[in-house]
Structures are given as C-alpha cells and as structure tokens.
Design a protein around this ligand. Structure first.
Ligand SMILES: [Mg+2]
Length: 116
C-alpha cells in the first residue's frame, strides 16, 4: 500500500466515525507527540545494550511496532491535513541532509554539520 492509499484509508476511517472535526493540526501534533512519548516510555531506563537487545523480545517488539504504527498514522494524518506531500518532503530533506553531511566529512562521526 502506498502513502496516498494509506492516507485515503485513514480519511475513510476518520470520516466513518465523524472524527475529522477533531483532527485539527494542533490536535494531531499533540497526538503525535503523545505517541512518541509512548514509544519513549518503552526505552526509558534501558541501557544501550538492553535497547539493542529489545529486537529479541517478542512482547516488547509487539508494543514497539504498535507505537511506531501510531506515530506513522499521525504523521500521515498531519501531512494530509496540512496538504504536505510527505513523500516529496522526505525526498527534499534527504537531499538537503546529503549536502549538509557529505560522506567525506560525516562518515563515522555523529557531529552536527555546524561542528565541521
Ligand atoms: Mg500508542
């Protein structure tokens, strides 16, 4: 399923429940932030090693998957409501990041582009 199909499906889901009235940009941003918080909660207090090992925990990964899906749903809804072509926006941002972080300067280090 492509992005447009997903957004159309989410719009139908919303319309069927008469929820579009609640999907203002402000509310969607807040809902997105809440879902990011739910994902964060799964990882808080884990050590670096424990966070990497989570892929082997079926129950925790089920939870991670659900929160990632919640986040994606709200990103898609927000982009749709704000008439942002998210596919094009990601493409543009990736090109911009490639210019800001050329391989010969960025490879193997996590410095911000302003630091080199
Ligand atoms: Mg959630």
């Amino acid at each position: 399923m492509n992005i447009k199909e997903l957004q159309d499906r989410l719009q139908r889901f919303t319309d069927e429940r008469d929820w579009d009235q609640f999907h203002t940009p402000k509310n969607l941003v807040m809902a997105l932030s809440g879902e990011v918080g739910e994902l964060t909660e799964i990882f808080q207090w884990l050590t670096e090693e424990e966070s990497k090992a989570i892929v082997g925990d079926v129950e925790k990964m089920k939870h991670v998957e659900e929160e990632l899906a919640d986040i994606q749903v709200y990103v898609l809804r927000l982009a749709h409501k704000l008439e942002v072509d998210i596919e094009s926006a990601v493409e543009k941002k990736m090109r911009k990041n490639a210019e800001k972080y050329p391989v010969h300067l960025a490879k193997g280090n996590a410095k911000k582009y302003t630091e080199y």
